[in-house]
Design a protein around this ligand. Structure first.
Ligand code: PGA
Length: 252
Protein backbone atom coordinates (compact mmCIF):
# COMPACT_ATOMS: atom_id res chain seq x y z
CA UNK A 1 0.00 0.00 0.00
CA UNK A 2 1.20 3.50 -0.82
CA UNK A 3 2.18 5.46 2.32
CA UNK A 4 0.81 8.98 2.26
CA UNK A 5 1.51 12.31 3.94
CA UNK A 6 -0.26 15.65 3.97
CA UNK A 7 1.84 18.48 5.43
CA UNK A 8 0.56 22.00 6.05
CA UNK A 9 2.98 24.89 5.66
CA UNK A 10 1.43 27.87 7.41
CA UNK A 11 4.26 30.19 6.28
CA UNK A 12 4.23 33.60 8.04
CA UNK A 13 0.60 33.36 9.05
CA UNK A 14 -1.34 33.04 12.31
CA UNK A 15 -0.80 34.83 15.56
CA UNK A 16 -0.42 32.49 18.51
CA UNK A 17 -4.10 32.86 19.34
CA UNK A 18 -5.09 32.04 15.76
CA UNK A 19 -2.69 29.10 15.67
CA UNK A 20 -4.32 27.70 18.80
CA UNK A 21 -7.77 28.05 17.24
CA UNK A 22 -6.75 26.41 13.96
CA UNK A 23 -4.95 23.56 15.69
CA UNK A 24 -7.87 22.87 18.02
CA UNK A 25 -10.19 22.57 15.01
CA UNK A 26 -7.72 20.32 13.21
CA UNK A 27 -7.48 17.97 16.18
CA UNK A 28 -11.28 17.60 16.11
CA UNK A 29 -11.38 17.03 12.36
CA UNK A 30 -8.30 14.91 11.63
CA UNK A 31 -6.67 14.16 14.97
CA UNK A 32 -7.43 10.43 14.66
CA UNK A 33 -6.21 10.02 11.10
CA UNK A 34 -3.14 7.77 10.78
CA UNK A 35 -3.02 7.42 7.00
CA UNK A 36 -2.20 9.83 5.47
CA UNK A 37 0.28 11.02 8.04
CA UNK A 38 -0.71 14.58 8.95
CA UNK A 39 1.96 17.21 9.68
CA UNK A 40 1.49 20.88 10.56
CA UNK A 41 4.29 23.44 10.28
CA UNK A 42 3.33 26.56 12.26
CA UNK A 43 5.58 29.58 12.75
CA UNK A 44 8.25 29.20 15.46
CA UNK A 45 6.24 31.47 17.77
CA UNK A 46 3.48 28.88 18.05
CA UNK A 47 5.43 25.64 18.13
CA UNK A 48 4.78 25.04 21.82
CA UNK A 49 1.14 26.03 21.72
CA UNK A 50 0.54 23.69 18.78
CA UNK A 51 2.53 20.89 20.37
CA UNK A 52 0.42 21.03 23.52
CA UNK A 53 -2.82 20.81 21.54
CA UNK A 54 -1.76 17.94 19.24
CA UNK A 55 0.02 15.88 21.88
CA UNK A 56 -2.71 13.24 22.23
CA UNK A 57 -3.55 13.15 18.53
CA UNK A 58 -1.83 11.63 15.48
CA UNK A 59 -0.90 15.04 14.09
CA UNK A 60 2.86 15.64 13.92
CA UNK A 61 4.73 18.88 14.40
CA UNK A 62 7.06 20.38 11.81
CA UNK A 63 9.02 23.62 11.42
CA UNK A 64 9.42 25.79 8.34
CA UNK A 65 13.16 26.38 8.52
CA UNK A 66 16.23 26.00 10.74
CA UNK A 67 19.89 26.98 10.85
CA UNK A 68 22.65 24.37 10.64
CA UNK A 69 24.71 25.37 13.70
CA UNK A 70 23.65 23.95 17.07
CA UNK A 71 23.93 27.20 19.04
CA UNK A 72 25.89 30.41 19.15
CA UNK A 73 25.93 34.01 18.00
CA UNK A 74 23.47 33.74 15.12
CA UNK A 75 20.89 36.38 15.92
CA UNK A 76 17.42 35.43 14.81
CA UNK A 77 18.19 31.83 13.94
CA UNK A 78 16.76 28.58 15.33
CA UNK A 79 18.72 25.31 15.55
CA UNK A 80 17.71 21.71 15.13
CA UNK A 81 18.37 21.12 18.83
CA UNK A 82 15.90 23.86 19.69
CA UNK A 83 13.31 22.38 17.38
CA UNK A 84 13.76 18.96 18.94
CA UNK A 85 13.31 20.46 22.38
CA UNK A 86 9.78 21.66 21.53
CA UNK A 87 8.67 18.31 20.18
CA UNK A 88 9.25 19.04 16.51
CA UNK A 89 9.75 16.02 14.26
CA UNK A 90 9.80 17.48 10.73
CA UNK A 91 11.47 20.52 9.23
CA UNK A 92 10.94 22.08 5.81
CA UNK A 93 14.29 22.78 4.17
CA UNK A 94 14.96 24.65 0.94
CA UNK A 95 11.47 26.02 0.35
CA UNK A 96 11.49 28.18 -2.77
CA UNK A 97 10.49 31.24 -0.73
CA UNK A 98 13.62 30.76 1.36
CA UNK A 99 15.70 30.17 -1.74
CA UNK A 100 14.19 33.20 -3.48
CA UNK A 101 13.88 35.78 -0.68
CA UNK A 102 16.54 34.71 1.80
CA UNK A 103 19.43 33.50 -0.31
CA UNK A 104 19.16 29.82 0.53
CA UNK A 105 21.58 28.11 -1.84
CA UNK A 106 21.92 24.39 -2.51
CA UNK A 107 25.03 24.40 -0.30
CA UNK A 108 23.09 25.89 2.60
CA UNK A 109 20.30 23.39 2.03
CA UNK A 110 22.86 20.59 2.23
CA UNK A 111 24.25 21.89 5.54
CA UNK A 112 20.77 22.20 6.98
CA UNK A 113 19.86 18.67 5.93
CA UNK A 114 22.99 17.32 7.60
CA UNK A 115 22.26 19.14 10.84
CA UNK A 116 18.58 18.16 10.84
CA UNK A 117 19.37 14.50 10.29
CA UNK A 118 22.16 14.47 12.85
CA UNK A 119 19.65 15.55 15.46
CA UNK A 120 16.90 13.19 14.39
CA UNK A 121 14.64 15.65 12.59
CA UNK A 122 12.99 14.49 9.39
CA UNK A 123 13.65 16.94 6.56
CA UNK A 124 10.97 17.93 4.09
CA UNK A 125 13.31 18.92 1.27
CA UNK A 126 11.68 21.24 -1.29
CA UNK A 127 12.82 21.37 -4.89
CA UNK A 128 11.30 22.86 -8.01
CA UNK A 129 11.96 24.90 -11.10
CA UNK A 130 10.97 28.51 -11.86
CA UNK A 131 8.75 29.53 -14.76
CA UNK A 132 11.86 30.71 -16.61
CA UNK A 133 13.47 27.29 -16.20
CA UNK A 134 10.31 25.67 -17.44
CA UNK A 135 10.10 27.94 -20.48
CA UNK A 136 13.68 27.08 -21.32
CA UNK A 137 12.89 23.38 -21.05
CA UNK A 138 15.41 22.79 -18.27
CA UNK A 139 13.07 21.84 -15.41
CA UNK A 140 14.55 18.38 -14.95
CA UNK A 141 18.14 19.65 -15.06
CA UNK A 142 17.30 22.17 -12.34
CA UNK A 143 15.53 19.67 -10.13
CA UNK A 144 18.27 17.09 -10.64
CA UNK A 145 20.89 19.65 -9.57
CA UNK A 146 18.85 20.65 -6.51
CA UNK A 147 18.34 17.06 -5.40
CA UNK A 148 21.92 15.96 -5.98
CA UNK A 149 23.45 18.98 -4.25
CA UNK A 150 21.02 18.74 -1.34
CA UNK A 151 21.86 15.11 -0.53
CA UNK A 152 25.59 15.36 -1.27
CA UNK A 153 27.53 13.46 1.40
CA UNK A 154 24.37 11.97 2.92
CA UNK A 155 23.45 8.31 2.99
CA UNK A 156 19.69 8.20 2.79
CA UNK A 157 19.70 4.43 3.10
CA UNK A 158 20.59 5.00 6.78
CA UNK A 159 17.66 7.28 7.62
CA UNK A 160 14.33 6.29 9.11
CA UNK A 161 12.30 8.82 7.19
CA UNK A 162 12.91 11.51 4.58
CA UNK A 163 10.52 13.68 2.58
CA UNK A 164 11.01 15.36 -0.78
CA UNK A 165 8.40 17.84 -2.01
CA UNK A 166 8.38 18.78 -5.66
CA UNK A 167 7.07 22.34 -5.73
CA UNK A 168 7.31 24.12 -9.07
CA UNK A 169 7.85 27.76 -8.12
CA UNK A 170 5.30 28.98 -10.67
CA UNK A 171 2.59 26.89 -9.01
CA UNK A 172 3.09 28.12 -5.44
CA UNK A 173 0.40 30.48 -4.21
CA UNK A 174 -0.72 31.22 -7.76
CA UNK A 175 -3.84 29.07 -7.98
CA UNK A 176 -2.20 27.50 -11.02
CA UNK A 177 -1.15 23.99 -9.99
CA UNK A 178 0.92 21.68 -12.16
CA UNK A 179 -1.14 19.07 -13.92
CA UNK A 180 -1.22 15.77 -12.08
CA UNK A 181 0.59 14.18 -15.04
CA UNK A 182 3.40 16.76 -14.92
CA UNK A 183 3.72 16.29 -11.17
CA UNK A 184 3.86 12.52 -11.60
CA UNK A 185 6.45 12.85 -14.35
CA UNK A 186 8.79 14.98 -12.22
CA UNK A 187 8.20 13.03 -9.03
CA UNK A 188 8.98 9.72 -10.71
CA UNK A 189 12.12 11.39 -12.09
CA UNK A 190 13.09 12.39 -8.53
CA UNK A 191 12.37 8.84 -7.43
CA UNK A 192 14.72 7.47 -10.07
CA UNK A 193 17.48 9.87 -8.98
CA UNK A 194 17.16 8.67 -5.39
CA UNK A 195 17.01 5.01 -6.37
CA UNK A 196 20.12 5.41 -8.54
CA UNK A 197 21.98 7.06 -5.69
CA UNK A 198 20.80 4.99 -2.73
CA UNK A 199 19.17 1.82 -4.04
CA UNK A 200 15.60 0.58 -4.23
CA UNK A 201 15.13 -0.09 -0.53
CA UNK A 202 15.48 3.59 0.29
CA UNK A 203 12.01 4.21 -1.09
CA UNK A 204 10.53 2.47 1.96
CA UNK A 205 11.71 5.45 4.02
CA UNK A 206 10.90 8.29 1.65
CA UNK A 207 7.74 10.23 0.96
CA UNK A 208 7.52 12.03 -2.37
CA UNK A 209 5.05 14.93 -2.23
CA UNK A 210 3.68 17.48 -4.66
CA UNK A 211 3.20 21.12 -3.61
CA UNK A 212 1.79 24.19 -5.33
CA UNK A 213 -1.84 25.38 -5.21
CA UNK A 214 -3.14 22.12 -3.78
CA UNK A 215 -6.81 22.48 -2.84
CA UNK A 216 -9.64 20.16 -1.80
CA UNK A 217 -10.86 20.06 -5.39
CA UNK A 218 -7.56 18.98 -6.98
CA UNK A 219 -5.86 16.80 -4.36
CA UNK A 220 -7.53 13.60 -5.59
CA UNK A 221 -5.89 13.93 -9.02
CA UNK A 222 -2.44 14.22 -7.46
CA UNK A 223 -2.72 11.40 -4.97
CA UNK A 224 -4.17 9.05 -7.57
CA UNK A 225 -0.89 9.20 -9.47
CA UNK A 226 1.25 6.11 -8.83
CA UNK A 227 4.33 7.88 -7.43
CA UNK A 228 2.81 10.88 -5.64
CA UNK A 229 2.54 10.18 -1.91
CA UNK A 230 0.71 13.27 -0.78
CA UNK A 231 1.13 17.02 -0.69
CA UNK A 232 2.77 19.99 0.95
CA UNK A 233 -0.07 22.48 1.29
CA UNK A 234 0.35 26.23 1.81
CA UNK A 235 -2.70 28.50 1.47
CA UNK A 236 -5.31 25.78 1.96
CA UNK A 237 -3.66 24.63 5.20
CA UNK A 238 -4.73 27.89 6.86
CA UNK A 239 -8.35 26.76 6.86
CA UNK A 240 -9.17 23.78 9.07
CA UNK A 241 -12.05 22.71 6.82
CA UNK A 242 -10.01 22.86 3.63
CA UNK A 243 -7.01 21.12 5.14
CA UNK A 244 -9.21 18.42 6.68
CA UNK A 245 -10.90 17.89 3.33
CA UNK A 246 -7.49 17.46 1.65
CA UNK A 247 -6.56 14.92 4.31
CA UNK A 248 -9.85 13.03 3.84
CA UNK A 249 -9.42 12.90 0.09
CA UNK A 250 -5.90 11.51 0.47
CA UNK A 251 -7.02 8.38 2.29
CA UNK A 252 -6.09 5.41 0.15
P1 PGA B 1 0.44 26.90 -1.83
O1 PGA B 1 1.90 26.75 -1.19
O2 PGA B 1 -0.31 25.63 -1.49
O3 PGA B 1 -0.15 28.11 -1.18
O4 PGA B 1 0.62 27.05 -3.29
C1 PGA B 1 2.59 25.54 -1.20
C2 PGA B 1 3.93 25.69 -0.50
O5 PGA B 1 4.55 26.75 -0.64
O6 PGA B 1 4.39 24.78 0.20
Amino acid sequence: MKRMMIAGNWKMNKTDEEAIELTSELVKLVGDVKEPKVVVCPPFTSMRSVRDIIKDSNICLGAQNMFWEESGAYTGEISSLMLKSVGCRYVIIGHSERRGYFGETDEKVNKKLKSAMKHGLVPILCVGETLGDRDRGISKDIVKGQVEKAVKGLDLSQVNEFVVAYEPVWAIGTGRPATAEDAEDMISFIRSLLVDAFGDKVMDKIYLLYGGSVKPDNIAEFVSQPTVQGALVGGASLSADKFASIVEKSKV
